[in-house]
Ligand binder design. Structure first.
Ligand code: HEM
Length: 246
């Protein structure tokens, strides 16, 4: 009998300690989740130290994985543009288009922004003004894809255009478009405004891209406090239950 009682006592004590351990583990996981979420905020927002605006920046073109000048050095302009909006960076780099088919960055085809003579400007996203970005160039003459490292020289970044005034100015022409469409009905004379519309569309496209990218950052910032709040409530209820049980 004595042996049975002592065994039961042992079993009871064991299950109690497992329960306590589980609760401790639960509280610890909640705390860790909180710390993790809070620590993510500075990582995401500290991607760039530059304020919003358009910058001119020097780039170097290296052989992939090295700091040696690439053979294609003269096919890339030394000055590039960075368009920064709420921490999101769009880089615009001009490449000699003779024999160049396309450019891929991070598995995504870079967008063609403009072409002037034998230079075509491509746009792609980078995360930092000091980043070295592997860029795949499909060269028709070479019949193959080559990879180069484009190293952005953050210390040379020079603000050339303020950001805030851009968006409202670009939004206004959208309202003007229908007004300009009216002369098109007047037959041959309307040819001129028809030509004007695509030009405006290009500016609007740039504007849209700028607006789209910051949205991601906004979404992140709104979700985070909410998830922290939920975690805090969960933590509070667990602590309260523990106190009641004790
Ligand atoms: C008539 C045009 C061109 C010819 C005949 C040519 C020829 C060559 C040759 C022979 C190599 C060495 C390949 C090897 O060692 O395996 C090379 C490498 C390379 N080429 Fe071209 N190429 C041409 C145009 C271009 C253009 C327009 C670009 C880029 C915009 C380019 C980018 C590269 C790159 C990135 C390399 C790898 C070596 C490095 O980065 O220095 N090439 N090319």
């Amino acid at each position: 009998m004595g042996q049975l009682i002592s065994k039961n006592k042992f079993k009871g004590g064991n299950s109690m300690s497992i329960l306590i351990k589980r609760k401790r583990f639960f509280i610890l996981s909640l705390l860790m989740a909180l710390v993790l979420m809070v620590s993510i905020i500075p990582t995401v927002q500290a991607a760039t130290t530059l304020a919003d605006g358009t910058y001119e920046i020097n780039v170097k073109v290296f052989k992939t994985g090295t700091t040696e000048d690439s053979l294609s050095k003269n096919s890339v302009t030394e000055k590039a543009k960075l368009i920064i909006s709420e921490g999101n960076i769009q880089a615009q780099v001009a490449f000699k288009n003779t024999s160049l088919q396309d450019i891929t960055v991070g598995g995504t085809l870079a967008t063609v922004v403009s072409t002037e003579g034998e230079w075509t400007t491509y746009q792609f996203t980078i995360s930092n003004e000091n980043e070295t970005v592997p860029v795949s160039v499909r060269v028709i003459a070479m019949g193959m894809v080559q990879v180069i490292d484009i190293a952005f020289q953050g210390s040379t970044a020079n603000l050339i255009q303020e950001p805030v005034n851009e968006t409202p100015i670009e939004e206004e022409p959208v309202n003007e478009t229908p007004v300009e469409e009216e002369p098109v009905n007047e037959t041959p004379v309307g040819e001129e405004p028809v030509n004007e519309t695509p030009v405006e569309e290009t500016t609007n496209t740039e504007g849209t891209e700028k607006v789209i990218s910051p949205k991601t950052a906004d979404d992140f910032n709104t979700l985070l406090p909410l998830s922290i709040l939920i975690s805090m409530i969960a933590l509070y209820s667990v602590v309260k239950r523990l106190k009641i049980q004790q």
